[in-house]
Write a protein that binds this ligand. Structure first.
Ligand SMILES: Cc1cc2nc3c(=O)[nH]c(=O)nc-3n(C[C@H](O)[C@H](O)[C@H](O)COP(=O)(O)O)c2cc1C
Length: 188
């Protein structure tokens, strides 16, 4: 069976992002039934309907992003929490992918959410605010295990790699559950 394509969407634009580091760890720990592509969100103009309606042509970055999401069988979100919610660039990417009306790139794609924070709460607020949008976008989201990675800075060594066996074990379990979820819920 060919590997299922997973678009990885990272909620931080920061060069040294701990979320990006965790995304790479998840990719490395995943079973071969999943093939990952990080889909960048930093170049997406803020969503504004005027940019693609009444004869206007949508910005190329939007079109490209929508295409990359459509090509994927599933989506893995790895995100920090900003002020107990979803960082603006990620919410913008969600909005861009959801339009034009009736042609959402997200529709029906199985997904999982991992929130990563140096704080103790592990990005719970962002994780669940994101889930609220994904329900509306008709994306079946992995329920268990939940992944709120708290104290995350201390789980990475100076080389940016995971230095904690229990976390590695958890992430391995998480991404295996996601692979099973994708197998069950992917459309093709
Ligand atoms: C605007 C802003 C708001 C933040 N709000 C929260 C928050 O609500 N909860 C939290 O755990 N961390 C919060 N943080 C700290 C981030 O978790 C921290 O900067 C983290 O490293 C961001 O992820 P990254 O390393 O992947 O960029 C906030 C950071 C910024 C810049």
């Amino acid at each position: 069976m060919p590997a299922k394509k997973v678009a990885v969407v990272i909620g931080s634009l920061r060069k040294d992002s701990i979320n990006r580091k965790f995304a790479h760890e998840l990719i490395a720990l995943a079973p071969p039934s999943l093939e990952f592509n990080i889909v960048e969100i930093g170049e997406l103009a803020l969503y504004n309907q005027d940019l693609e309606e009444h004869g206007a042509t949508a910005p190329q970055a939007w079109t490209h992003f929508r295409q990359r999401i459509k090509e994927a069988d599933a989506v893995l979100f790895v995100t920090p929490e900003y002020n107990r919610s979803v960082p603006a660039p990620l919410k913008n990417a969600i909005d861009v992918g959801s339009r034009p009306y009736g042609d959402s790139a997200w529709s029906g794609k199985p997904a999982a959410v991992v929130s990563v924070s140096p704080g103790a709460v592990g990005g719970f607020g962002a994780n669940h605010h994101l889930r609220q949008s994904l329900v509306f976008l008709d994306m079946p989201v992995l329920q268990q295990p939940e992944a709120y990675i708290g104290g995350a800075a201390g789980l990475l060594g100076d080389d940016g790699k995971l230095n904690n066996d229990r976390t590695r074990e958890f992430l391995t379990k998480f991404v295996a559950a996601f692979a099973a979820w994708v197998e069950t819920n992917a459309k093709s």
